[in-house]
Design a protein around this ligand. Structure first.
Ligand SMILES: N[C@@H](CCC(=O)N[C@@H](CS)C(=O)NCC(=O)O)C(=O)O
Length: 342
């Protein structure tokens, strides 16, 4: 997808360009090792956000460092590119660890002939500067299940064996209708495809509203990767998708159960503390000039509602199951206080 060109067909998603797997036993391409890899993200990107949440919930912050790109991509050779700037903590506009300005340099270090898209999240091998994987789904699943002793004591089981089938079933629906449905709506090339996409979005939200009315989490009694997947879209809904992607039949705040569910997670360590609503609004509205040619960033909504009581604990369940919440966000990774994100 080229976000600055007028859409002529339905949004297409290519398979990940690089998908080396990292596991503690090294049975695939790479072996998990503390300090070896750097995770490059953008705070606006929902696909990257899922990996950041997984990393934090699993306590992998000490093992995999984090590099945050500027919310506004830079046009390089006609295409928008993720870049490191002083605004997001990179002195001289270069990532201090990788020494690069644009993420695409890590793709080119891996394959000098690479001419495909460059996306976040990207896991980079620090010693060589090579991109290891931009497969956000696999990165999340592997961090949740394959990093063994590098994960923290008390890390939750986000992908329990017995629930995997159910997690995958609900995840496929959420991907099609919501995670990607909002993009299909926002980048629809014509009325017919917009109508179909936006119908999918709200049909799925209606179904999830019902599903979450009597239960605290999507699957089982505690947080799973399915919740991370849904929440990454919900937290962006009113700030970006409702206006910018024209998903405006209802706001998230008009769904009692979904809005309370979303607030419950926002207030759980790993969720709100990895979210930057200002980056979300700025990125979507400023970068997608094909659908918002002036680049004017919409002002709302007031973010403070995220901190209001949700009463979802009355439904039972516990966020971390047998595990415990993660500790404080490491210095240098903290997002600004919510009131300053408006
Ligand atoms: N690469 C994955 C998902 C990751 C993704 O789409 N990331 C977006 C940001 S939210 C990105 O980096 N897009 C490239 C661009 O905006 O130029 C896919 O397309 O299925």
């Amino acid at each position: 997808m080229r976000a600055n060109r007028l859409p002529t067909e339905e949004i297409k998603r290519d398979p990940a360009a690089f998908a080396d797997r990292v596991t503690s036993d090294g049975r695939h391409e790479r072996t998990a090792e503390a300090g070896r890899f750097r995770l490059v993200i953008n705070r606006a990107c929902p696909w990257a956000h899922r990996v950041v949440m997984t990393r934090r919930l699993m306590g992998l912050e000490h093992a995999v460092s984090l590099a945050v790109t500027d919310p506004v991509q830079e046009i390089i050779d006609g295409d928008p590119h993720w870049v490191f700037t002083e605004r997001t903590g990179s002195p001289d506009d270069k990532d201090p660890v990788l020494g690069i300005h644009a993420l695409r340099e890590a793709y080119l270090a891996r394959d000098p002939d690479y001419d495909g898209g460059v996306s976040v999240p990207g896991l980079v091998d620090v010693p060589t500067g090579h991109l290891v994987s931009n497969d956000y789904d696999r990165l999340s699943v592997d961090m949740a299940t394959e990093w063994g002793d590098l994960t923290r004591e008390g890390a939750p089981d986000l992908y329990p064996e017995v629930l995997r089938e159910e997690i995958e079933r609900i995840s496929a629906q959420i991907y099609q209708d919501l995670n990607n449905g909002v993009y299909r709506s926002g980048f629809a090339p014509d009325q017919k495809r917009y109508d179909a996409a936006v119908r999918d979005v709200f049909t799925r939200l209606d179904a999830l509203e019902e599903h979450l009315t009597g239960r605290r989490y999507l699957v089982g009694e505690h947080l799973t990767l399915a919740d991370l997947r849904l929440w990454a879209t919900l937290v962006r809904f009113d700030a970006a998708y409702h206006g910018h992607f024209k998903c405006n039949r209802r706001k998230l705040t008009e769904y009692p159960a979904l809005w309370a569910y979303a607030r419950d997670l926002y207030q759980t360590p790993g969720f709100g503390d990895t979210t930057n609503l200002e980056h979300i609004r700025t990125h979507y509205y400023a970068v997608h000039t094909a659908i918002n040619p002036t680049g004017i960033v919409a002002v709302g909504p007031d973010p403070r509602g995220w901190l209001t009581p949700h009463h979802r604990e009355e439904l039972g369940g516990s966020p971390f199951g047998e595990g415990t919440p993660p500790g404080p966000v490491p210095e240098g990774e903290r997002v600004p206080p919510l009131a300053e994100q408006g």
